[in-house]
Write a protein that binds this ligand. Structure first.
Ligand code: B12
Ligand code: SF4
Ligand code: SF4
Length: 495
């Protein structure tokens, strides 16, 4: 540690590094020495203060080690880059930012520990029926691109500035019995974090099990659609940006090969993203960035180009266990390990067949996806707070494509939005409406029958007897899964 600090201060003041100096720094473990010609690229504390980046040439022998911190992922510290690589990595990061990405980092091909973890995870059955996770290509990116040397990882924040699912239900049940109506309007002041007691489960904190009489009969029962699915399909949004970055990489050298994915190929994206330094793996298994929170999508570009890698970000979960305590279905079976076959996101998005009965009540009003373990995470806090010396607050996005879609209601002369939408409006959409409205939304993945199945569960959990008529019709639906879920919901409502 002392060495690291010493190296840092030496590097900050560096103008020219001689061979002797470089050797000394190498012994101290403060620099990454890769080939014969180097450029010491130092931002460190200097960049945090807005000072100019200092660079200096030095000649050092080849070595395998890699130490130091990386400016690109928002941290400072000493790193030594080969000049041509530095130029490329820096240009690439600049272009990523111009393309609109919020995070960028470069991973080497060293995610083996995580890839091994992923394989064992699938073998343990934690992936449920998501067969695509069995694909052996996921174990090694060279199965996709044999020449791959680096993985460029990007993050795009999708956090529209509206309340969290935990806050909405608290406002609903505790504050006024009413929900915010205007989508796109400024978010209400959220319930203070302290009110969501760390020990309470999300099941208690959300409106799960809140019956109509408790809500007040006039306030419509509402569903929760996961934040990531409010707007346009992220595959489409990310794809266009990724393609522009890909062409930058391909222009570096003739013959450079690339493959770009955003949840579209057999790549364990979070593993590479973790090694690229754009975030750490939280106990909720999401990748979390210290400055931005976890509401971001990940994109990866595998390339045959050898780019100077960044370092993994340190784990900042500490002793916190809020996500594990908040998960309504106990899907976070231990810190950092999710049994996806218990996760609400899996049930409502990925699972094609019936949702296991024992989990249906715990799903509450979550109609598509689930945000709870991210809502409660202190790194996603809404209000600035002081942790250490820095003020922190999750980054929000004003990008039009991530704001909640406005849908004209088939049953009234108004529209509703996908932010906490009334179940009644959602249930009035026909299959044609569903296809048309969600053609550019992640929601289409559930398919109409999955959508109806999920609506049955949300209605059953609403405690609102006004859904009985709809459910009685759903009980006659041609699809057996829909029929059975309607039956379950009716049973729950009239019990
Ligand atoms: C399958 C899948 C799911 C499944 C399973 C999720 C899971 N935790 O595995 C379900 C349907 C439940 C799901 C839910 C969600 N997902 Co999803 N999902 C995927 C997908 C397709 C594969 C994930 C996977 O491989 N899981 C297997 C596990 C083992 O891998 P992993 O969790 O990614 O963890 C790796 C590392 O973190 C690390 N690791 C984790 N723990 C440990 C522990 C040890 C000891 C070690 C050594 C390593 C290690 O190793 C793992 C393997 O390399 C990826 C896209 C992709 N192609 O990668 C998106 C992806 C992970 N999902 C994403 C999102 C946005 C979501 C949701 C927020 C959507 C929602 N609101 O409903 C939720 C979040 C729930 C949560 N807490 O994770 C984003 C994550 C963004 C982020 N910042 O983390 C991804 C990357 C898609 C994207 N391109 O943006 N998802
Ligand atoms: S997404 Fe919801 S169900 Fe899944 S682990 Fe997080 S809190 Fe649990
Ligand atoms: S809630 Fe706490 S333990 Fe869970 S991911 Fe966030 S910081 Fe880590």
């Amino acid at each position: 540690m002392e060495h690291r600090r010493l190296g840092l201060s030496v590097l900050r003041r560096t103008v020219v590094l001689s061979g002797w100096m470089a050797q000394k720094l190498k012994r101290m473990g403060a620099v990454n020495l890769v080939e014969n010609q180097y450029v010491a690229f130092v931002r460190g504390l200097a960049s945090r203060r807005g000072a100019e980046v200092e660079t200096a040439r030095c000649a050092v022998p080849k070595t395998e080690s890699f130490h130091g911190n990386v400016p690109a992922a928002g941290r400072g510290g000493p790193v030594v880059y080969h000049k041509s690589r530095m130029t490329r990595a820096t240009v690439l990061k600049q272009r990523a930012s111009e393309a609109g990405f919020d995070l960028v980092g470069i991973a080497p091909l060293s995610a083996w520990e995580d890839l091994g973890f992923s394989r064992r995870w699938v073998e343990q059955g934690y992936g449920g029926e998501m067969r695509y996770l069995d694909n052996p290509k996921r174990d090694d990116p060279r199965h996709i691109l044999p020449s791959v040397k680096s993985v460029v990882c990007v993050g795009l924040v999708y956090n529209a500035p509206l309340p969290y699912s935990t806050e909405v239900s608290r406002q609903w049940s505790v504050v006024s019995g009413q929900l915010p109506q205007t989508v796109g309007a400024k978010a209400r002041t959220p319930a203070p974090e302290s009110k969501i007691s760390a020990g309470s489960t999300a099941h208690q904190a959300t409106d799960n099990g809140l019956r109509a009489k408790d809500r007040g009969h006039d306030s419509p029962a509402r569903a929760w659609i996961s934040r990531y699915a409010w707007g346009r399909d992220y595959h489409e949004v990310m794809r266009a940006k990724l393609e522009s970055l890909r062409s930058v990489i391909e222009a570096f050298e003739p013959g450079v090969e690339t493959r770009a994915y955003v949840d579209t190929g057999p790549v364990v994206e979070r593993a590479f993203a973790r090694y690229s330094g754009i975030g750490w793996t939280g106990k909720n298994t999401c990748l979390i960035n210290e400055a931005k929170g976890s509401w971001f999508f990940i994109g990866v570009i595998l390339t045959s180009l050898e780019l100077e890698p960044d370092l993994p970000a340190p784990d900042r979960c500490g002793s916190c266990t809020r996500c594990i305590e908040a998960c309504p279905t106990g899907a976070l079976v231990e810190p950092y390990v999710m049994d996806a076959s218990r996760c609400i996101a899996y049930f409502t998005i990925e699972l094609k067949g019936p949702i296991p009965v024992e989990f249906r009540s715990a799903i509450g009003s979550n109609l598509f996806g689930c945000d709870i373990c991210q809502d409660v995470c202190p790194w996603n806090r809404r209000e600035p707070s002081v942790l250490g010396r820095q003020s922190r607050q999750a980054t929000t996005s004003d990008a039009a494509e991530f704001q909640p879609l406005e849908v004209s209601s088939p049953i009234r002369e108004s529209s509703f939005s996908l932010f906490s939408p009334p179940i009644e409006d959602l249930a009035s959409l026909t299959e044609d409406d569903f296809r048309r409205i969600f053609s550019h939304s992640p929601i289409k993945r559930a398919k109409f029958r999955g959508w109806l199945r999920n609506l049955c569960v949300a209605m059953g959990n609403s405690g609102d007897p006004r859904f009985v008529t709809w459910l009685e019709r759903a009980r006659e639906h041609p699809d057996a899964v829909v029929r059975e879920h309607a039956e379950w919901a009716l049973e729950k409502l009239i019990r």
